[in-house]
Design a protein around this ligand. Structure first.
Ligand code: PEP
Ligand code: MN
Length: 270
């Protein structure tokens, strides 16, 4: 690995990222919520449901980096205000994407964790700006990026002075078409070998299919992931974005039971 200094494991203790009272990297973290904030009712009801099932943080996009400029782009400020209300209702910290370096400062008023999406992994001005922010950063792996390129992007954030980076494996592009992406689970133990940063897995964007999410979640945990980020929506069948990979609250509750069971089993082996 070339030119990595701050992101490497060499001599460093494993990083635990504080998010309110959560400690990402110490124990198992579940982040859940809608792909996109569509309305106050949808977001708050989903937040209440995922909290009840045991989630530790709420995800939801207010700025959506869509493949088409004609697709719904998210509610922007209104979406962030809704997320803030959802936090007031449930106490769940908010994970939300920022897509423009000019927005980092004011989005940080609403976000407890700033998400950098796969499409922006190598947006270096955005990385530098979140590197100067006080907020923890969830850095998703670019769909065409190597582990080394991904760690270099983490290095951009760390070298600006922000030590709180959480990596997120969300699948990479391969020739396989059955799944939306190919979940590269080997990156989980590879990151553990190379870096002190916590790593979570997104089985929703990795697979694009509800039916695959439980197996991929359990596999991620068994591979050593520090947590998961999963799409859940109270109105799944009407969701404007990523419906095919979004769990209903009852599916999410079953998933939580499975991952909690595996987590307890693994903890008892140590
Ligand atoms: C998301 O998590 O909302 C998202 C757009 O994912 P990705 O950047 O991994 O495609
Ligand atoms: Mn999505």
């Amino acid at each position: 690995m070339t030119n990595l200094k701050l992101a490497t494991l060499n001599g460093n203790e494993r990083t635990v990222v504080p998010v309110d009272s959560l400690r990402v990297g110490a124990g198992f973290t579940m982040i859940a919520g809608p792909c996109t904030v569509e309305s106050e009712e949808q977001t708050i009801e989903t937040a209440i449901a995922v909290k009840k099932a045991g989630a530790h943080a709420l995800r939801g996009g207010a700025f959506k980096p869509r493949s088409s400029p004609y697709a719904f782009q998210g509610l922007g400020l209104k979406g962030l205000q809704i997320l803030k209300k959802a936090k007031e209702e449930t106490g769940l910290p908010i994970v939300t994407e920022v897509i423009d370096s000019r927005d980092v400062f004011w989005v940080s008023e609403y976000a407890d964790v700033l998400q950098i999406g796969a499409r922006n992994m190598q947006n270096f001005s955005l990385l530098k700006e979140v590197g100067r922010s006080e907020r923890p950063v969830l850095l998703k792996r670019g769909m065409n990026s190597t582990v080394e390129e991904w760690l270099n992007c983490a290095e951009y954030i760390l070298s600006e002075g922000n030590p709180h980076v959480i990596l997120c494996e969300r699948g990479i592009r391969t020739f396989e078409k059955y799944t939306r992406n190919t979940l590269d689970l080997s990156s989980v133990p590879a990151i553990k070998e190379l870096s002190h940063l916590p790593i979570i897995v997104d089985p929703s964007h990795a697979s694009g299919r509800v039916s695959l999410i439980p197996s991929l979640s359990l596999a991620a945990l068994a591979a050593g992931a520090d947590g998961l980020i999963v799409e859940v929506d109270i109105n799944r069948d009407k969701a404007l974005c990523d419906r095919d990979q979004t769990l209903t609250p009852s599916e999410f509750t079953r998933l939580m039971e499975k991952v909690t069971g595996l987590y307890q089993f693994m903890a008892a082996q140590q």
